[in-house]
Design a protein around this ligand. Structure first.
Ligand code: MSP
Length: 511
């Protein structure tokens, strides 16, 4: 069996989970689920990023003990994984011992390779982004300094610090992106952005702090804590029992197949992370995919604008599959995308209720009424039956390729078109008329369409797992048979098999 390792960013747990968090994880979950039904052994990781000045200040502001504060906040994000119906195999916390061990090992490797030296840092730091910025990345408004890119406030820092020799890796990074692994950063626009930034020249990176204590202490110099990004990025290895590189998890899953991230944290994943790994002599992940930004009212969501859409509230009101489907459809994966309750309702009504939901509903209720709730017999097939079935089967290699390249919107477009065509086939074949004069043909049409519902449901499963599971349960298909391979068999369903009772899949949203 082939292995596949996919990660989401581990979340800063301060603050409420918002739609951006939900988006990153749902996307990764869809790829993880697809790979599982395509017979891969999948490891899907998420978790919480708990060290750093941001967390320390939050805890101080609330007069809370920092560790119990982290426990409380991390739990909220663990709960979110359940609410979003994520299929993660592990949930890692950077405050765990297994992670601590792995960060210390990376640090020691970097020291050993002489990529770390002690000096003094003088410059701008954003606590909210936990990032250092150059002078030309800063703007001043009303005497306050902000990062041009993220808009967050920056403060002046001057302290003793260890540095990582990032500058020494500049040419090797360029060679890696341009020649050795041209699909390392996707989509292409993000790759170009990174290459441009690296070609401008990389400065050595401050990788420790002395002005606060909430982090992993530097070995043999505990007045320093390790920079929170060097700490956080290592989580991807910690979950594989690194530094034990001889264990099965590490051997099966490293290097990771894809890190799914938002574009705001591209620099950390596409520049710092590969440079750390090259220096530590650890193989590099195969891909970093930087998705776009979720906008509300065409703007970045923020408390002050009052335009935050809360994923938990939306799930309570509309359903989790509905939100997962909507985000996949509405936002073009590599780009920014605007979302609104108005277009959410339209999407649920048009694609889910009227298209896929309606297809299942009308076919199952016809069979319940007219075929004694049994799968009808497939008799002689006509070209139009073959066309419906084979159009889908022939596209399976293409669908796999689309997922391989994270072209999720194209994937969904194709699958929903199959559902549209299946509805059209049902209308054109008019089984209600055949019932009067050609039962043999009626049975064939019903068999063909049931099989098509089975295939479409398997293909939609990664996006809307709860609803498609209901459909596949209705068809009494064994769990082990709900996979891409089984779609190739167009006579998979056994005639005489029971069609279970079926409830409405998607309620229409009244406007
Ligand atoms: N802790 C770091 C990640 C460390 S990974 C080693 C972090 N956490 S975060 O909680 O701020 O963000 C988590 C993810 O949510 C990131 O991928 C980020 O891009 C994504 N989003 C946060 N707001 C977003 C939107 N409005 N839209 C889409 N995704 C955005 O960064």
């Amino acid at each position: 069996m082939k292995n596949f390792y996919i990660t989401t960013p581990i979340y800063y747990p301060s603050g409420k989970p918002h739609m951006g968090h939900a988006y990153s994880s749902i996307i990764a979950d869809i790829f993880a689920r697809f790979k599982r039904i395509d017979d891969y052994n999948v490891m899907f990781l998420t978790g919480t990023d708990e060290h750093g000045l941001k967390m320390q200040r939050e805890a101080e502001k609330k007069s809370k003990d920092i560790k119990s504060f982290c426990d409380e906040l991390s739990l909220k994000f663990k709960d979110l994984t359940k609410i979003l119906n994520l299929s993660n195999n592990d949930f890692i916390r950077t405050t765990e011992q297994r992670h601590h061990k792995s960060v210390i090992d990376i640090w020691s490797r970097l020291e050993k390779s002489k990529d770390i030296y002690l000096s003094k840092y003088k410059g701008w730091y954003s606590v909210s982004d936990e990032a250092y910025y150059d002078e030309d990345e800063i703007v001043t408004k009303n005497n306050i300094k902000y990062s041009k890119g993220s808009g967050s406030k920056v403060e002046w820092v001057e302290e003793e610090s260890y540095f990582f020799k990032l500058s020494a890796w500049q040419n090797k990074l360029i060679k890696f992106y341009e020649e050795e692994n041209p699909k390392f950063i996707l989509p292409k626009s993000r790759k170009n952005e990174v290459i441009q930034f690296v070609k401008k020249g990389l400065k050595d990176l401050s990788v420790s702090r002395t002005s606060f204590s909430w982090g992993i202490p530097v070995p043999k110099n505990s007045k320093h804590v390790i920079y929170v990004w060097l700490d956080a990025l290592t989580n991807y290895l910690s979950a594989l029992n690194f530094p034990n590189t001889n264990n099965d998890k590490y051997k099966s899953f490293w290097p990771a197949d894809v890190h799914i991230i938002g574009k705001d944290i591209l620099r950390f994943h596409a520049i710092y992370w590969p440079a750390f790994l090259m220096a530590a002599k650890i193989p590099l992940p195969k891909r970093v995919y930087g998705h776009g930004w979720i906008l509300s009212d065409q703007k970045k969501m923020s408390k002050s604008l009052g335009n935050i859409l809360d994923p938990i509230e939306i799930i309570n009101n509309y359903g989790v599959d509905q939100l997962r489907y909507y985000l996949t459809k509405e936002v073009s994966l590599g780009n920014d995308g605007n979302i609104s309750l108005e277009s959410l309702s339209d999407c649920i009504n048009n694609d889910l209720a009227n298209n896929y939901g309606n297809l299942c509903q009308r076919v199952f209720s016809f069979i319940n009424k007219n075929c004694n709730s049994k799968i009808p017999k497939l008799n002689k097939v006509k070209p139009e039956d073959k066309k419906l079935t084979n159009d889908l089967i022939d596209q399976l290699p293409k669908l796999k390729e689309l997922i391989e390249n994270q072209e999720l919107n194209q994937y969904l477009k194709k699958v929903i078109e199959f559902s549209f065509n299946a509805n059209k086939y049902f209308n054109d074949q008019e089984p209600w008329s055949l019932k009067k004069n050609n039962l043999e043909r009626m049975n064939t049409v019903l068999y063909v369409i049931l099989n098509q519902i089975r295939s479409i449901s398997i293909l939609l499963y990664p996006i809307i797992p709860i609803s498609t599971t209901k459909v596949l349960d209705t068809l009494t298909i064994e769990k082990s048979q709900r996979n891409i391979k089984s779609i190739e068999n167009s006579t998979f369903l056994k005639d005489g098999g029971l069609i279970k009772k079926f409830d409405i899949l998607f309620k229409k949203i009244e406007k």
